[in-house]
Design a protein around this ligand. Structure first.
Ligand code: AHR
Length: 861
């Protein structure tokens, strides 16, 4: 190991243990709580002083709590915070949020380090709250909160009392002189800052200093990439690993590897959904995307034609817009671009469909053509003269040429006017040949992962951008024209052509369990469409609408599993083509929500109703968006109180996090809820998916396999992304109209999915170089698949050097010399590596530098 690395390690040890070595520490000192004036997102900062003259920043502006209010793009502001301590030792902070909303923030902490979920009370809808102060009344253990209200520039001062910042006494007006202002202005590093000064025990400050140092150190470690750490291992000449499998084993989940499907990155329309016509129903509009209208993707070609949008006499009330095409000069046409072009394959058949209605007596036949960019006709059909009422017309077009970017052309054979809607073109070769089906190559790439379950429809899409945007499964079933499209919070449109039926059908086709996720009665707390003026941070479905909402969820279970003879929703499933139940077992409730009172009340109502009506359903709750913090802590407490069977954890982490948190789940209490790691990925700078991220994810899954008695399900996120329409990187699979491009990380998921086991076999590892930095970068897991009896060995080498392997499998009764193996390897920034198959020598072989190896030893079943 490099000498410089030893020096760094020593410096770190000194940093943590050295600071507490002072014998001469004060009993108390002054703590200053403030935030930076010029940056609403700086969070709550601390400085300390012995004499109130020399102030020392703690942790170089390290934020001990950050505001969680509002959306990511416009909110999360903290202004003018104040801090109070009550005799029970708890700390209470209040701050102003913004200049628009009639609310403020309250947060509570036992140690100034861990904070409870924030509360944003709304006391007066007409006033915004500035300059908050809180005075504690020890008599009745309440706070008198005062603030400056600002109503269109008219300043008034108010007060109200509270014990818990959830309920308040009626507010009353006070004069400015009655405000007891707690803030002072001091100078830190030459700059004036305003905040609260409190005299505290030195141990409080000492803890804050150490915590900030630790977090800063961990952050630095977490950012360390493979290329940065590689020189540390340059002096190792050879590295040997002895791995010995034991007889002992434990049962682990057989649902460990699943997939997370969210309509993000054009995953549904323009992606997995096989439809080739964009905006087929003329329902796009500016709420989907500010540059869009009902005419998006459609253009007129030639002269003498008009194309208008009408809502008169619609095809269906849920699909209110259609197009009126008028031709005065024959030859003009209406073009659809598809999703930046329509991909066609020579000799393949395409199902075309269009609804037409005659709007005047001169209605003519339609000519439908598929043309390439040079005007070559790649396929053509004719559609009969329309009648007075809407009628669906179908035709099959055979492509005469392979093209990546054809257009669809609608031409009126004679002059006249016609109404058209639901213009659709599907390849007949969808996945499994399903009508209204999925794009075959993309769906096959998902199937090849061998996922045990498919989560749907998100992600944020599940709980939506405000209450109106919560994903409503009932709007996604039935005839296509009756589905109710809506805005997708990732900045585009959801046609719901790929709805619940198509999703469940896909799960069945690939042998995966469905895992639908419904909103917990609350939309995404970070969304832009919250009614902050009324609800503060988080809207919830109004209580008087909750029964209906809960009924919708119960109906979903009936739709999936019920008996068509006795249940109306099950009958709809049968009529759609699936009389047998879909065998729904799991149901997610909530997606990384703020664990607020609004959330908890609604979650409990939903959870109780499901338990009562459908005790057979395994509910998966949520514990916020991160692997730590107030939502994670409160989410876990709440799930434990409610005995939720499984909770959904999410985290996207930098490289070092995966190296330094390998025991994350080893310490989880086996008696609490099980874990579904529903969203995770390694994020390196630039957000690539490369060998570095893939190996980190492999290492993480190796650690999870060891803990798969408590982590019972996982899914990498997000799953698929269309090139040119990607809102989030990295993703597991990229695609365009003609190609599917699995990433390096895809192969890790696939190797785990295809090599799952249900029994974890304990083993030990001994490395010739015994130091933690090396140890942390070699991972192993041995499982048995009880169906086949196969033993599967997974080995990750995250070092730049090879590892000579001695595998001792004697206790498993295995003494064969070789076994088939698959190896994924490359340099850390390799984005195109693919796994290769080989024969592995079990007695003496080597793990390649930067590699993931899966060895499969055939069992005797
Ligand atoms: O996976 C992308 C997004 O990340 C999901 O929609 C959300 O749940 C998470 O924040």
């Amino acid at each position: 190991m490099k000498r410089s690395f030893y020096i760094l390690t020593l410096a770190i040890i000194f940093l943590f243990f050295g600071t507490s070595a002072h014998a001469n520490e004060p009993a108390s000192a002054h703590l200053f709580a403030y935030t930076k004036k010029d940056n609403g997102r700086a969070g709550l900062l601390f400085a300390w002083s012995i004499d109130k003259k020399n102030w020392h920043q703690i942790g170089n502006e390290y934020p001990f709590v950050k505001s969680d209010y509002g959306s990511w793009w416009g909110g999360k502001n903290m202004e003018n915070p104040t801090l109070t301590q009550t005799p029970d030792g708890f700390w209470h902070s209040l701050w102003t949020l913004n200049t628009d909303d009639p609310t403020f923030a309250y947060a509570k902490s036992e140690d100034l380090i861990t904070w409870e979920p924030q509360i944003y009370p709304v006391l007066d809808y007409n006033n915004i709250c500035k300059n908050l102060n809180a005075t504690y009344n020890s008599g009745d253990e309440s706070f008198s909160v005062s603030w400056m209200g600002d109503k269109n520039g008219k300043v008034t001062f108010y007060t109200a009392n509270t014990k818990d910042f959830r309920t308040f006494s009626p507010i009353s007006e006070i004069s400015k002189s009655q405000i007891s202002e707690k803030r002072e202005t001091i100078s830190i590093t030459g700059k004036p800052e305003t905040g609260t000064i409190l005299q505290v025990k030195w141990s409080v400050i000492d803890n804050l200093i150490k915590n900030a140092q630790l977090v800063n150190f961990q952050n630095q470690q977490n950012q360390e990439t493979m290329n940065v750490v590689a020189p540390r291992f340059s002096e190792i000449k050879s590295l040997k690993a002895n791995i010995k499998a034991n007889k002992e084993s434990k049962a682990i989940s057989d649902d460990l590897i699943g997939i997370f499907f969210e309509d993000i990155n054009y995953a549904a329309d323009g992606g997995l959904y096989g439809e080739l016509i964009q905006n087929r129903d003329f329902e796009y509009n500016s709420s989907d995307n500010r540059d869009w209208s009902n005419k998006t993707a459609w253009t007129l070609k030639g002269e003498g034609s008009t194309f208008e949008i009408s809502t008169e006499n619609p095809l269906h009330e849920n699909n209110p817009h259609h197009a009126i095409l008028k031709t005065e000069k024959v030859g003009a046409s209406l073009l659809n671009d598809g999703y930046k072009g329509i991909a066609l394959k020579k000799n393949e058949k395409y199902d075309f469909s269009i609804y037409t209605r005659a709007t005047d007596s001169n209605c003519s036949k339609l000519i439908i053509r598929l043309i390439d960019k040079d005007g070559y006709v790649c396929g053509e059909t004719k559609i009969a003269k329309p009648s007075k009422n809407w009628k669906q017309n179908k035709a099959v077009i055979t492509a005469t040429k392979t093209v990546a970017d054809a257009h669809l052309e609608i031409i009126m054979e004679t002059s006249g006017e016609i109404a058209i809607d639901m213009v659709s073109l599907f390849p007949q070769k969808t996945f499994n040949g399903r009508k209204n089906g999925l794009r075959a190559d993309l769906a096959q790439t998902l199937a090849d992962l061998k996922p045990q379950f498919v989560r749907f429809p998100g992600g944020c899409v599940a709980h939506g951008d405000g209450i109106e945007n919560i994903y409503n499964w009932k709007h996604t079933i039935g005839s296509l024209e009756s589905r109710k499209p809506q805005h997708n919070l990732w900045g585009y449109h959801q046609s719901f052509g790929l709805g619940y039926y198509e999703y469940f059908q896909f799960c069945e086709d690939i042998g995966a369990k469905p895992l639908p996720v419904v909103a917990a009665g609350v939309p995404c707390q970070n969304s832009g469409k919250h009614n902050h003026k009324i609800a503060g941070q988080q809207d919830g479905i109004p209580m008087d609408e909750m029964d209906a909402y809960i009924q919708d969820i119960l109906d979903l279970i009936d739709w999936a599993n019920g008996d068509p003879k006795t249940n109306k929703w099950a009958k709809m499933r049968a009529e759609a083509g699936h009389p047998a139940p879909f065998n729904l077992k799991y149901l997610g409730v909530g997606n990384e929500d703020l664990i607020s009172v609004v959330f908890e009340e609604r979650f409990k109502m939903i959870y109780d109703a499901i338990k009562e009506k459908h005790p057979e359903i395994v509910v998966i709750g949520t514990v916020g968006p991160f692997s730590e913090g107030s939502d994670y802590v409160r989410g876990w407490d709440f799930a434990t109180e409610q005995k939720v069977p499984i909770v959904d954890e999410h985290y996207y982490q930098p490289p070092g996090w995966f190296i330094n948190n390998q025991e994350y789940y080893d310490k989880y209490d086996r008696n609490k809820s099980k874990v579904y790691l529903g969203e995770y990925a390694a994020h390196v700078s630039g957000r690539h998916n490369n060998i570095e991220t893939a190996l980190l994810e492999a290492l993480h899954l190796i650690n999870i396999e060891r803990n798969a008695d408590v982590v019972t399900m996982t899914s990498y996120a997000p799953l698929i992304a269309k090139e040119g329409n990607t809102q989030w990187n990295p993703d597991l699979i990229y695609f365009n109209n003609t190609e599917v491009k699995p990433t390096v990380g895809y192969y890790v998921q696939q190797l785990f999915g295809q090599n799952a086991g249900d029994e974890y076999i304990y083993s030990t590892i001994q490395l010739s170089e015994n130091n933690t930095e090396v140890n942390k970068r070699v991972g192993k897991s041995i499982v048995r698949d009880s169906k086949t009896g196969d033993i599967i060995i997974k080995l990750a080498n995250l070092l730049p050097i090879e590892v000579e392997l001695n595998l001792d499998l004697a206790e498993l009764g295995i003494d064969q010399q070789t076994a088939p193996a698959t190896i994924l390897t490359g340099t850390p920034d390799d984005k195109v590596a693919k796994p290769t198959k080989t024969t592995f020598n079990l007695k003496s072989d080597k793990l390649k530098p930067y590699s993931f190896t899966v060895i499969r030893i055939k069992g005797n079943k």
